[in-house]
Write a protein that binds this ligand. Structure first.
Ligand SMILES: Cc1cc2nc3c(=O)[nH]c(=O)nc-3n(C[C@H](O)[C@H](O)[C@H](O)COP(=O)(O)O)c2cc1C
Length: 390
């Protein structure tokens, strides 16, 4: 994911500084060359030796070091991307006001590479209007910010201020290294997961969909600046808390939620695996064990077909077709019949995996896309944006 990429990690004096070790380790394992700059206060909380051992690269802490073998701003030119994690209120305030009084703030000021901040601090510090103003000013100047997570903070308070999960930071960084914030102002509706159709209070019918592709699409669209609504059924991974998520269980609930949200969105991507059939009668009591059982199923409403009928000229509708045979032929028929702009056809074997291979079909497109579901999600978004500019 970061093969041969030069990442400059800035670590400041927040209590989450120790969590930056896991981030440095993950980025290194993903192929990046990671150099670290630590502030004097960060060195009070964690040792530079830890980062050096993890990254096998230089860790610098001082601007005026006669023995240092790197020029004071050379790392600013070296980096493909800079990430400050954790970012204290102090470093955000300094950069927002043009202060360059140590190696990290001077490097941030001197670099032309994208700069990403991952703030982590006490809830009252984060909500302080001065900090918020600084974040807004820096955002306006093209710096990228990842929102802290909600939860129990080291200071004892509960609220927004926690250092995000390493994997989410990896996705955030990957996006800013490779893509622009080209979805700002766009509203996108994405569905994910496997629906559950109740047979009785104990049993249900479902399918193998993990929801990973839909969540990957939602994540990628969010980091590119879109306002994302994720309507999901049962998924096998945690839904990132920065997403506006609506939970549904059955095909009927999914139908109602999607139809309600559809008119508010410009782009709609339906990656959920919704049941085609549901039990004709849902037993109120648990069905007793017998030698055999005949279950009568009735068809559910076809959400994608209904959206295709209601679609306005300025809306883009994308469907997924998981098939076990005649993948392209079946997907092409679905594209036409349901009035879709694109359809992503894949083989059932990718279900639940982190990697995927799809054929994206549009009226003028037939493209094979492969990689992690997150990378493929970005490629699908590129194609959708390409269509908008046709
Ligand atoms: C134990 C400890 C934990 C701290 N945690 C945070 C924190 O999570 N976030 C923050 O913005 N400041 C935190 N601070 C305050 C910063 O260390 C302080 O503002 C310092 O000036 C930051 O310097 P730097 O940005 O140059 O690293 C903490 C201080 C101490 C003593």
């Amino acid at each position: 994911m970061f093969q041969n990429k030069k990442i400059l990690l800035g670590v400041t004096g927040g209590i989450a500084a120790y969590k930056a070790v896991d981030l440095a380790s993950r980025l290194t394992k993903l192929g990046a060359e990671v150099y670290t700059i630590m502030t004097t206060n960060a060195c009070e909380l964690i040792s530079p030796v830890t980062f050096k051992s993890i990254t096998h690269q230089k860790v610098v802490t001082k601007m005026f070091d006669p023995n240092a073998d790197i020029e004071h701003i050379s790392l600013a030119d070296w980096a493909d991307i800079v990430i400050i994690a954790p970012a204290t209120a102090n470093i955000i305030g300094k950069v927002a006001h043009g202060i360059a009084d140590d190696l990290l703030s001077t490097t941030i000021m001197a670099t032309t590479a994208p700069v990403c901040f991952v703030p982590a601090m006490n809830i009252h510090m984060y909500e302080n209007p001065i900090v918020q103003e600084n974040v807004a000013n820096l955002t306006e100047h093209g710096y990228f910010f990842m929102e802290p997570e909600f939860g129990k903070l080291a200071c004892g308070y509960e609220g927004k201020g926690r250092f995000p999960k390493t994997q989410e930071i990896v996705y955030f960084l990957h996006t800013h290294l490779n893509y622009k914030r080209d979805l700002i102002g766009k509203k996108i509706l994405i569905t994910a997961g496997a629906s559950r159709e109740e047979i009785d209070p104990m049993r249900f019918i479902t399918n193998h969909s993990s929801g990973k592709m839909g969540i990957a699409l939602a994540r990628a669209a969010h980091f590119r600046g879109a306002e994302v609504t994720l309507i999901h059924s049962v998924v096998t991974e945690e839904i990132p808390e920065y997403l506006n998520a609506i939970k549904t269980i059955s095909a009927k609930e999914m139908y109602e939620a999607v139809l309600r949200e559809f008119p508010k969105n410009e782009i709609v991507i339906k990656a959920a695996a919704v049941a085609d059939y549901t039990p004709a009668i849902k037993a109120v009591q648990k069905i007793k064990k017998k030698d055999s059982l005949n279950l009568e199923l009735t068809g559910t409403k076809d959400i994608l077909a209904e959206l295709g009928k209601q679609k306005k000229a300025d809306q883009i509708l994308v469907g997924f077709a998981a098939e076990s045979e005649n993948i392209i032929q079946n997907a092409k028929e679905k594209l036409e019949k349901k009035n879709l702009d694109f359809i992503a056809a894949n083989d059932l074997s990718v279900s639940g995996k982190d990697n995927t291979e799809i054929i994206l079909l549009g009226k003028k497109t037939e493209l094979k896309l492969s990689g992690t579901k997150f990378e493929v999600a970005h490629q699908i978004l590129d194609q959708i944006l390409g269509k908008k500019s046709e």
